[in-house]
Write a protein that binds this ligand. Structure first.
Ligand code: MN
Length: 244
């Protein structure tokens, strides 16, 4: 099995190294990731300038850095390496839950894989004041891959780890009732007003959702799809506004 590893934190993030090391037990591994952090780049691509693809050392793993987005990295990775089966993205430093998925560059790499006919799985972990426990996360990433990789019917799955040693794993749905994007005003040292548009953690207790699972100490596995069609509103619109 050929496994392409990407992320949005950049090729030198400890999270991508941990994920690549785990993936080596499951198949041939190659890392292709942005040369700098591209968090919140979502599913953007670089269309206005050319991209570079440069070999870069990464603890004995074949790796390349790209001056582009996570989506660009998957495109260039698949272009340079034939017959990739699956793209793993992460492990992101920070959760990717609920409506925050719209902004996620980590998930975008997995989505880009699906657009190209591969499978894509995204991995994220919350980060506290201390460095994440990478050995613990690697054990749980391996448990997750043991479920996801052999099951060809799972094409796009968003995986989130809890803050501490997991109690287990849960299949979840995306929590969509709340949005955690907020504009936070501040002042620079010169007294000038500025703004951060940022994602502030929110609490969500709706059982069965991704956010509920990680808040209760479980690894959250959410199968996703790329078809954004609102089936209910489409059916209603066809009835209410029949178009000639
Ligand atoms: Mn990130």
């Amino acid at each position: 099995m050929r496994i392409l590893i990407a992320n949005d934190d950049g090729v030198y993030s400890p999270g991508i190294c941990a994920l690549a090391q785990v993936a080596q037990d499951f198949g041939e591994v190659r890392v292709v990731a942005p040369d700098v952090e591209m968090s919140s780049a979502s599913h953007s691509i670089t269309a206005s300038r050319p991209l570079s693809y440069k070999r870069t050392p990464l603890k004995g793993i074949e790796a390349y850095r790209v001056n582009g987005t996570p989506g660009d990295c998957v495109a260039l990775g698949a272009h340079h390496w034939e017959k990739v089966d699956v793209v793993l993205s992460g492990i992101n430093l920070g959760p990717n839950l609920g409506n925050g998925l719209w902004h996620s560059g980590t998930l975008a790499a997995a989505k880009q894989a699906v657009l190209f006919g591969m499978r894509g799985f995204a991995f994220s972990t919350p980060v506290g004041e201390d460095e994440p426990d990478w050995e613990m996360l690697k054990r749980w990433a391996a448990k997750t891959l043991e479920i996801l990789l052999p099951d060809e019917r799972l094409s796009l799955v968003n995986v989130n780890f809890p803050m501490t040693e997991p109690r287990g794993m849960r299949w979840t749905r995306q929590s969509v009732k709340q949005y955690d994007g907020k504009v936070v005003p501040g002042r620079d040292p010169m007294g000038r007003e500025h703004f951060w548009f940022t994602v502030v953690p929110i609490e969500e207790t709706e059982e069965g959702t991704d956010r509920w699972a990680v808040e209760h100490g479980y690894v959250s596995l959410t199968p996703l799809r790329l078809d954004l069609t609102n089936e209910k509103e489409l059916a209603e619109a066809l009835t209410r506004h029949p178009l000639a």
